[in-house]
Ligand binder design. Structure first.
Ligand code: AMP
Ligand code: MG
Length: 384
């Protein structure tokens, strides 16, 4: 990569679960006369020229979760039109794109293949390098796009398919500190909502119902809280909600609100307990004046969890801060894939012709390949 005057444009494509997304990111180096800085990506000005997301939620709602086959077909139906729209909105042609970044995993294999095949076709026809991005890396690096956060930082990734605490040390250098040993948090929200008859996706419905609920009414368990290891568990919590429902004679709206509030409090308690340990671990390793914890993924939309994490930061001796990317960049999107692609593009000096055409879709692709292979880790599967 040579730092010329012109802007760099990256086309990002995402189709790992139930959102088809296409984004075009532009980046220009601000100080081209200065020596190349260590963290080049942050030394540039980036802009989202287009950022389109087409959600399939309506097509899956009746099933209470994502149906892989429906997801793949829906991606296929919309992908080419979405790419066309994104280019139109950014007002550029494919010729002007420097590289194509596409989610290569982890995720539902059918959807991933739709994205990869579209990206490969464009890369081949227009002779552009193709960069296969790990979906989790997209989430992990988003705060660098939105808030110019430099390495290292802590990341709490909480979504429908993932629950992980990661140490983001540098590009491609990620250490998983914790994962769930069973359900992902979003999954626990969705399943609890389902058994309370609240519909899908459950997270926002539980949060809404919890507003008028008493979080102290039901004494739900805090699985693994206080354990030395950082791993989490949420399936017991969901079962506890079911048991409480079974014990109630007739479930009133107030019961549902109280259960939702109690559930949310239990989840938040567990998260804060684990994160405080992760913060201590971070402080042992790094001497950052202003350490950062980033929260990303669909569950990061939850205001109770955000608020409690913020309080946790303020309660620390060190000057911790919590960063949550804007909601549209917290959930699945292609801007994060374009940004991760940009970081990889900037980190290389040269791309061979046909670079990336050998990339294969990977349904499992842990960010930290060294970490133990626990259930729920590196997984992004059907939630039905
Ligand atoms: P993602 O997997 O990142 O697309 O996020 C979707 C997941 O986030 C689903 O499991 C949702 O139930 C969950 N979610 C979305 N909004 C909220 C919320 N406000 N509170 C809790 N969970 C949420
Ligand atoms: Mg999603």
């Amino acid at each position: 990569m040579t730092l010329r005057d012109d802007k760099i444009y990256i086309l990002g494509i995402e189709s790992s679960c139930d959102e088809t997304a296409v984004s075009i990111l532009s980046w220009v180096y601000k100080n081209k006369h200065k020596a190349k800085p260590k963290d080049l990506a942050l030394a540039g000005q980036s802009k989202l020229c287009s950022d389109l997301v087409f959600s399939q939620i309506d097509q899956h709602a009746a099933f209470g979760g994502v149906v892989p086959e429906i997801a793949a077909r829906a991606h296929l139906d919309i992908m080419d039109q979405l790419i066309k729209n994104a280019l139109q909105e950014a007002n550029i042609s494919l010729e002007e794109i420097h590289a194509i970044a596409v989610t290569a995993g982890p995720g539902l294999i059918g959807g991933l293949m739709v994205g990869l095949m579209s990206a490969k076709t464009l890369a081949l026809i227009h002779n552009k390098p193709l960069i296969g991005v790990n979906h989790l890396e997209g989430h992990a690096l988003t705060p660098r796009l939105t808030d110019q956060i430099s390495y290292p930082y802590l990341l709490l990734l909480v979504s429908g398919g993932h629950t992980q605490i990661l140490l983001i040390k540098g590009l491609g250098d990620y250490e998983r500190l914790a994962t769930t040993i069973d359900d992902a948090i979003g999954e626990a929200f969705d399943k609890s909502a389902k058994l309370l008859g609240l519909g899908y996706p459950g997270g926002p419905k539980v949060e809404q119902a919890a507003i008028s609920g008493d979080p102290k009414r039901f004494d739900l368990p805090r699985p693994l809280k206080g354990k030395a290891e950082l791993d989490m568990s949420f399936s017991g919590l969901k079962t506890a909600v079911r048991r409480q429902v079974e014990q109630l004679e007739a479930v009133t709206e107030q019961d549902i609100a109280d259960l939702c509030a109690s559930f949310q409090l239990a989840v938040s308690d567990v998260i804060c307990n684990r994160i405080s340990r992760a913060m201590a671990l971070f402080e042992e390793r790094y001497n950052e004046a202003h350490p950062t914890i980033v929260v990303a993924g669909g569950v990061a939309a939850n205001k109770t969890i955000r608020g409690d994490l913020d309080k946790l930061c303020h309660a620390q001796d060190k000057n911790w801060r919590m960063i949550a990317p804007p909601l549209n960049l917290c959930t699945d999107n292609a801007a994060m894939i374009a940004w991760a692609g940009l970081e990889h593009y900037l980190s290389k000096t040269k791309f061979d012709t046909n670079h990336g055409l050998e990339i294969e879709a990977r349904s499992r692709w842990p960010l930290d390949e060294q970490a133990n292979n626990l259930v729920g880790h590196g997984r992004r599967g059907a939630k039905v």
